[in-house]
Each structure stands twice: as structure tokens, then as C-alpha cells.
Design a protein around this ligand. Sequence first.
Ligand code: 5AD
Ligand code: SF4
Length: 449
Amino acid sequence: MNERDSAAVATMLRGKGYSIVENELDADVVLLNTCSIRDQAEQKAIGKAGHLTKRKRKNPNLILGIMGCMAQNRGGALIDSLPDLDLIVGTQKFHRIPDHLDHIIATLNGLGPKPDSVVDLEEESGSQNTIKSHDEETVQVAAFVSIMQGCNMKCSYCIVPKTRGVERARPMEDIIDEIKKLVYNGTREVTLLGQIVNQYAVREFPFVNKKSPFVQLLERIHEIDGIERIRFTSPHPIGFRDDLINCYARLPKLCEYLHFPMQSGSNRILKAMRRPYTIEKFGEIISKIRAVRPDIYISTDVIVGFPGETDEDFGLTCQAFEAFGFDMAYLFKYSMRPGTTAERLGDPIPQYIKEKRNQILLNILREQSLVRNKALIGKVEEVLFEGPAKKGVNMFMGRTRGHRKVFVQATPRLIGQLARVKITNVTSSTLMGELLLEGVESVENFVYA
Ligand code: 5AD
Ligand code: SF4
């Protein structure tokens, strides 16, 4: 979500005549987009900002800003520790950044008194509708589309409702327009973004034939010619009903990949986390999805070391982790966040236990992921090529429908194309393969490297 917000701000700035430089040392303006989900993320951003402040002391014309969740969470207090900041912009004010910069630059050019730092953290109705523009100069084969902002859940560990505000959905027509524009510019895959996507517009739009607004949105996107793949992140077990499960049976563009945050395998801990489901209910949803899409890849989020998590609770998490056979996971060590309801529980689990539990899950994950990947050796997968690989001559990166990264020797012509790839080699996290030429859509344009 932060990547998407940063990209939207960059597009707004380009529209005003700014250019985005590759190297931050070449920049006249540096904006740090920040995350508050764990303390570590905030400390990293503060360290980086401190570093940039030193550069600003040597070059007072350098403009420095902090935007996003940490700006929202810490607000004006950031100025106390980083007095050289020019700009602090909250999560509902990204679209105001170009105007704020104009103002700051005008005063730097002597067109006004030296201003105090600009701090803009208010809530703004309709701000969810401002994250919509994409850079039209570059082709995004797979694009993120923000469909809503905020979250009304009250998970006891989570700072997001504080930093992102209450749920606000974008109008369906705006989302469809944005995706059509993306398609025109070469996009073939979209990932819909929201803190709790399956709650999309539940207050704003009616259910139709027992279909939630989110399911209606999926259907509309499915009809768009040129979109080949649809993904979304993140859904919540609450509201993951049969209408959404059935989408996996009837919408072929909906990829066989689901990110489905579990958080813990212990009902006691789920309750303390204020996650309103049991692990049995969570498993039931997975079983129902697998019944209609047996080959689905499922990833999850797990927090280890939530206050009060015993060895027994953690054992239940391991058990569930294996039983559901997650193919990928984001594993987090609990971090106490200010203003959350779990704050009063303190952070009693020692770091070394969190590390140990994290490592145990990581080992299970690697094993499960490797087994799944090994089963692909010799098989043919549909791959959407996104761009050059970071390493290797003539190597290109694409993804399978199951969201696995695949590296293949090819030519740039393949970017943006769906191709059939035979998997030859795997690790626990990636696949290597060979292009099957008959699978390339426009073979007449294709020259093998
Ligand atoms: N500590 C650790 N992990 C957290 N997450 C959210 N809040 C915290 C926290 N305080 C994790 C959850 C969530 C993911 C985005 O981040 O697993 O799903
Ligand atoms: Fe945070 Fe829970 Fe909302 Fe996810 S659903 S953003 S974990 S409060």
C-alpha cells in the first residue's frame, strides 16, 4: 500500500513538472514514506531522516519531508526530534504534497518569510479518491489499485485504524475507469489494495443477489478486456462468505493465490488479539476455497510473541500452519504499538523467544514451500513477464498465477506477455524455467535471445 501511495504522489509531482531521480543524492526534494506497523519500521525511518537532515545542514535548499503512517502517528512531535524537516504529511493528505512543495520552494526563493515546517495531518473526506493516478510513461504489467482506505476493525495489536482512519471506499466506477486506463497503457494484472478488501463499500453500496460490493467489483473487473489476472490483498476472515468463495469457481481471471492473514493458531490468542473468528472457522473457509480451486496457493500473516502467548499457544500456531499448508507467509515478531488496546498488556515475551518462534515457523514455511515448488519441476506454468531480472544476462522475471517468481532466459519482447514456461529448477522461494515458444502470444515478434 505504501508503494502504491508513493507511486501516486510521484505521479502527481511529475504532473507538476518535477522529475523523479534514480539516486537520492541527485534529489532537491526527498520525501520519506513511512510505516508504523512495528516499532522497527519507525526506527528505520527516523534513522534515515536523521541521515538526510545532516545533508540538509550542508545544503539548506534540500527539502525534506516525512509522509504516511509515521507522520500520522507521531505528528508534530517529529519536529522536536527532527527540527529540520520541511514537511510532515499524514495519510489523508498525500494529494496536498504538490501545493505544499510549491509553497516551500517559493519561500526558499525569497518570495515570502521562511516558514515553519508544514504539518498537514487532518482527516479529509474523499481522500481515498485521490490515490488513483499512475505514471503513464512506463508500462506497469502488474499494477496495484487502491480500492479503499482505513479499517474499522479493532485488532488489539494494530495501529492501522489510528494511522489510516475509518473505512472509506472509492466509487466502483472510478476504480473501473482507473483499471481501463491501466489496460490501455499495457497492464494485464491488477492487485486490489485495501486494509480489509472484502469489506469494500459494505456501507456505501447495496448487496445485489446476496453478492457483496467487493464481489460485484470483482465481477466488473473480470469483464474488462485486456485484464488477464486479478488478485487482492488483504481480506479478513470476517465477511469471507460463500459469494466470495464462489468467485474462485466462476471467475477464471481471479488467480489461484490468496493472501489470508491468520495471525495465530490459538483461539485464546485470537480472542486476545480481538480477531473475531476461531481457527476452526478460518480453516473452514480455506477448505471451502480448496473445494472449488484445489490448486490455490495460500499465504498468510502470523504474529509471534503476542503478550501471553505460551508454548502451547505457539504449538497450535505451528499445527495450524502445517495443517493449512501455507505456501508463503509474512512472519512478524510482536511489537507493542502506542494507543492500541494491547498496549496495556506490555510486551512480556522476551525477544529471544520471539526469535525462536519466528525461526521455527520460517523453517516449516521453507519446507512447505520447497515441497510445493519441487512438485512443479517438469510442469508447464502460465507466466506473466514483468521485466528484467535483477541479476543474470538476458534473464527476465515473471510470475505464475500462484504468485511464484519465475526466472527465464528471454528477450525484452516478452515483457507484458503471458507465456508458457517449463519449470526446470526450484528453490523454496523461486522457480527457474525455459520458455516454450509455442506458448508466446505474438510469436511473429519474438526473437529468441
Ligand atoms: N506487531 C507485529 N506485527 C503486527 N502486524 C500488525 N500489527 C503488528 C504489531 N503490533 C502484522 C499483522 C498484519 C500485518 C500487516 O502486520 O500480521 O496482518
Ligand atoms: Fe489492523 Fe486488524 Fe484492520 Fe488488519 S483488520 S488493518 S490487522 S485492525
